[in-house]
Design a binder for this molecule. Sequence first.
Ligand code: 13P
Length: 280
Amino acid sequence: MVVGEPAGKRKSNWNDYQTIKYILKQYYMRKKIVAGNWKMNMNLEEGLKFAKSIEQYFSEKPPAGSEVILCTPFIHLQGVSEILKPGKVALGAQNCASESSGAFTGEVSAAMIKSTGAQYVIIGHSERRTYYHEDDRLLNKKTVLAINSGLNVIFCCGEIKEEREAGKHLIVVKRQLEDGLFTLSSEEMKKIVIAYEPVWAIGTGLTATPDQAQEMHHYIRGLVREKYGKECAEQITILYGGSCKPSNAAEIFSKPDVDGGLIGGASLKKEDFIAIVEAL
Ligand code: 13P
């Protein structure tokens, strides 16, 4: 409010101020996350040792205003869960079964994951979509089961190189979200973190430019707004993944619709992973 201005003008300034304050509040209310996806790396001993060193670091220097998650192979979940103190670093799996229990040799159910103390599960990673032919319908089934088992879901989406080159990246991601995710209720959507991972950027050293990431994240938030309303859209965390490293993390995270990262290769190196968390 500027003293001495006519009352009418003052009121309009005050409204602008309120609007900006509201937008900032919504923005900062969003949970910021850096999640490490170990993929199929580290034996049990190596994994536990690594988790211990990460836990130790963040016990001494808690990440300011952001959540750190370790998404480990199944065999590490129980051991890592015992290492991680509540509230410091969270734990997630990288996949779950599409059935709740029974004769499904080799599978691990969402309820089993939950019973280890894990809070998250990644669903729809492009490596699962490509190598194990997981389609949107199956991923939707897994997502519903995971939420019903009390887990939060990091739901991945992203286009392949040819789709981007053909200008189809927005439409591809829209279909993945509509078919895989948008059957959920508003209440269930509160358990979802979306991770945009352009397939051409995963493990390739090619990173989406900050503007490419922002364009897609803004688009995704718009889709959530259309389906679930403004509040849900403003509160949902949208992560970027794909060759994210200490040298590019800060610039990508500086974009208004990027709320953190899902990190592959760089999450296996303590210094790099910590540097990425600190970039956020
Ligand atoms: P990279 O960080 O190794 O590119 O992997 C990203 C990813 O797939 C995270 O889930």
